[in-house]
Write a protein that binds this ligand. Structure first.
Ligand SMILES: [Zn+2]
Length: 109
């Protein structure tokens, strides 16, 4: 097995799955000490990665894993904010049906 070296791989700190950076969302502890979502990976600071799966966010944020990965204490407010982000940005893609269902035109049966 040859490993392509030019694709940077990161692993989700919640489930441990390894994936390319684009398949993961970066969280960063900024120099100011707050924890932010860093969608483009440009914010400097200590980073942690999560899958694009709200489940991983739930799992990773409800315990103290994020605290350990970022080596800081993550406030409940921050957790809630990050979870809200996950629900907001990652949720809709996961709920199949609702968005994919075409509006009823009344012509089908
Ligand atoms: Zn994961």
């Amino acid at each position: 097995m040859v490993r392509p070296r030019h694709v940077p791989e990161r692993s989700c700190f919640s489930c441990g799955r390894r994936a390319g950076k684009r398949e993961l969302v970066r969280l960063v502890r900024t120099v100011g000490g707050s924890v932010e979502v860093d969608p483009i990976g440009k914010v400097s600071g200590r980073g942690a990665y999560l899958c694009l799966d709200p489940e991983c966010w739930n799992e990773g944020l409800k315990k103290t894993r994020l605290d350990r990965v970022l080596k800081c204490s993550v406030s409940p407010e921050t957790r809630e904010r990050l979870l809200a982000y996950a629900q907001d940005r990652l949720g809709p893609e996961r709920t199949e049906g609702e968005m994919l269902e075409p509006p009823s035109v009344g012509a089908v049966e």
